[in-house]
Design a protein around this ligand. Structure first.
Ligand SMILES: O=c1[nH]c(=O)c2nc[nH]c2[nH]1
Length: 453
C-alpha cells in the first residue's frame, strides 16, 4: 500500500481509519499508519502498525513524530455534499409548509434576489462555509444566485476557509413569478462566461466553477443549449435539478413537448456528461436512469428536502441497480439541516420506510450510506481520482472524530479546535492535507482581514 516518498512528510498518524472502497462499503483499518506528504497534501502511504520499522526507513520519519489517535478516535474521509444552495442558508429551517413550486415563488426567489447586496452575501456565505466545514463537509457543490459578483465572493470565502468547492452562478432566463430575479438569455450566457473566466483567473487550488442552469422550468431551450456549449468548450462540471416533484415533471413535459423525457431535455442540450450532477431524480423512469448510466451523469440524493417539501421518495436501490453514480446532498434550504450526518440518517430512514412498505425491498445498510456520503459523493462529482477515501496518492481530506461524549478528552473544548459539529465530535478537519483554520478563533487575522474587505 506504499508509494515512494514525494515531497516531505509533515504528518504521520497512527490509529483507526475507516473508509469505503468500491468493493467494501465500510473498511475498518485498525492500528493503521497513514503518512501525509506536506508539500502536496496527498496520502504518501497507508500501512499497518506492525510495518512501522519498514515505513520509518522508506519514508524517513522518526516514531517520535507519529501522532497517535486516542482509543475513542478514528479518522474518516471528509464528507461530500453534492447539492447545497448557499444563499438559502439565510432561511434554513423555516418556510417548509408548501410544495416545491410554491415554495420557490414564496420564499426562495425573493430571498435569493437580495444577493446583489455583497454585504448580505458576505455574511451568509461566511456562515454557510464555516458551518458546513464544522459539520465535516470538506467538499461542497454549491448553487449561488444569478449575481456574478456575489457568486465570486462565495468562491473567495470557500477558498479562504480552505474548503474544496464547486460553485455555480445560477442561470435562469424564465421566471414569471418574480421577473426581477431573472436574466435575459444573453445576460445569463455572458455573465456565466465572466464568472468562469474570473474564477479560473483567481487560480484557487480547491475551488472550481460549475455550469448551473437552475432547472428546466427556469430556462429556455436556447439558454440550456448555450450552457451545454459553454460546459463542453471549457470541460466543466454541470449541476441542476431533475424530477423532484410531480407538478414540476408535468410542466416540463408541457414546456418541452419535443423531448422524450425530462432527462432528454438536458441530454439534447448537451447537459448530461460524466461531470454532471443532478439533484433529486425521484420520478425518473428506468429508461431515464439508463441514460444517466450511458452518459456517466450522476444523481444527488437529498432526502431531507424530499421529505420537508413532500416532493417524493428516491428509490436508491433502483438507482444503484442501474449503476448510476450517486452522492448525498443536504439541499439547504429545502433540506433544513446543513449537516451531512443528518442527510445520512434521513437516507437510512427513507430506505427503511421503503423496506417497511415493501418487505421485498432491500433497505440500505448504514455501511452503504457511509459510502454514499464519502466515496459516492466523490464519484458523483467525478473527483474520485482525487478524494473520497484513504488511497495512496489521493488528497488527505479527512475528519478526526472522537466518539466519546459528552465527557470526552479536554482537547475537544480547546478554543483552537473546531467546535462540535451538530451532535458529533469532529475534532479536526483536514482538506488537502491542511488542517482547516480554527475558524471560530477571532485571533485568526488572516481570515478576518480577507473577509472584512
Ligand atoms: O429543492 C430545490 N431547491 C431549489 O432552489 C430549486 N430550484 C429549482 N428546483 C429546486 N429544488
Amino acid at each position: 500500500m506504499c508509494a515512494s516518498r514525494a515531497g516531505g512528510l509533515e504528518r504521520v498518524f497512527r490509529g483507526t481509519f475507516i473508509h469505503s472502497t468500491p468493493d467494501a462499503a465500510l473498511q475498518i483499518l485498525e492500528d493503521a499508519l497513514l503518512g501525509v506528504d506536506s508539500v502536496v497534501g496527498k496520502i504518501a502511504f497507508v500501512g499497518k502498525g506492525t510495518e512501522l520499522d519498514a515505513l520509518t526507513q522508506d519514508f524517513g520519519f522518526s516514531p517520535a513524530e507519529i501522532l497517535h489517535l486516542g482509543p475513542h478516535e478514528f479518522f474518516m474521509p471528509g464528507l461530500v455534499d453534492t447539492h447545497i444552495h448557499a444563499p438559502q442558508y439565510s432561511y434554513a429551517g423555516t418556510g417548509l409548509d408548501m410544495p416545491l413550486l410554491e415554495w420557490l415563488k414564496t420564499y426562495t426567489f425573493p430571498a435569493e434576489s437580495c444577493f446583489h447586496d455583497l454585504d448580505l452575501a458576505r455574511r451568509v456565505y461566511t456562515q454557510v462555509v464555516r458551518r458546513t466545514l464544522k459539520n465535516g463537509t470538506t467538499t461542497a457543490c454549491y448553487f449561488a444566485t444569478i449575481h456574478t459578483d456575489a457568486s465570486l465572493l462565495l468562491c473567495q470565502i470557500t477558498d479562504v476557509f480552505g474548503q474544496r468547492g464547486l460553485v455555480g452562478k445560477v442561470c435562469m432566463d424564465r421566471n414569471d413569478s418574480l421577473p426581477r430575479y431573472s436574466e435575459t438569455s444573453q445576460e445569463s450566457q455572458a455573465e456565466t462566461c465572466r464568472f468562469i473566466e474570473e474564477l479560473l483567473n483567481k487560480q484557487y487550488p480547491l475551488v472550481k466553477p460549475v455550469v448551473t442552469p437552475r432547472f428546466a422550468l427556469s430556462c429556455t431551450g436556447a439558454l440550456l443549449g448555450q450552457l451545454g456549449a459553454i460546459a463542453k468548450k471549457n470541460n466543466l462540471h454541470i449541476q441542476s435539478h431533475i424530477s423532484e416533484n410531480p407538478e414540476e415533471v408535468k410542466l416540463v413535459k408541457e414546456l418541452f413537448p419535443e423531448a422524450e423525457s425530462y432527462t432528454d431535455v438536458y441530454h439534447r442540450h448537451n447537459l448530461l456528461t460524466d461531470k454532471t450532477v443532478m439533484a433529486h431524480g425521484c420520478y425518473l423512469t428506468d429508461q431515464e436512469l439508463d441514460l444517466f448510466h450511458e452518459t456517466g451523469a450522476a444523481l444527488s440524493h437529498c432526502p431531507n428536502s424530499n421529505i420537508s417539501l413532500r416532493s417524493g421518495v428516491l428509490n436508491v436501490r433502483n438507482v444503484l441497480r442501474h449503476k448510476v453514480k450517486l452522492g448525498l446532498g443536504t439541499d439547504v434550504a429545502g433540506g433544513y439541516s446543513s449537516s451531512m450526518l443528518d442527510t445520512m440518517r434521513r437516507t437510512l430512514d427513507v430506505s427503511k420506510i421503503l423496506g417497511t412498505l415493501d418487505p421485498d425491498y432491500h433497505s440500505l445498510t448504514m455501511e452503504e450510506v457511509f459510502r454514499l456520503a464519502t466515496l459516492g459523493g466523490s464519484q458523483a462529482l467525478s473527483m474520485d481520482q482525487q478524494i473520497g477515501n484513504f488511497e495512496v496518492g489521493k488528497d488527505f481530506d479527512a475528519l478526526r472524530v472522537n466518539v466519546k461524549v459528552p465527557d470526552g478528552p479536554v482537547d475537544l473544548f480547546q478554543r483552537d479546535q473546531p467546535k462540535v459539529g451538530d451532535d458529533w465530535n469532529i475534532v479536526e478537519v483536514f482538506v488537502a492535507g491542511r488542517k482547516v483554520v480554527p475558524f471560530s478563533d477571532p485571533s485568526n487575522l488572516a481570515v478576518q482581514s480577507h473577509l472584512s474587505q
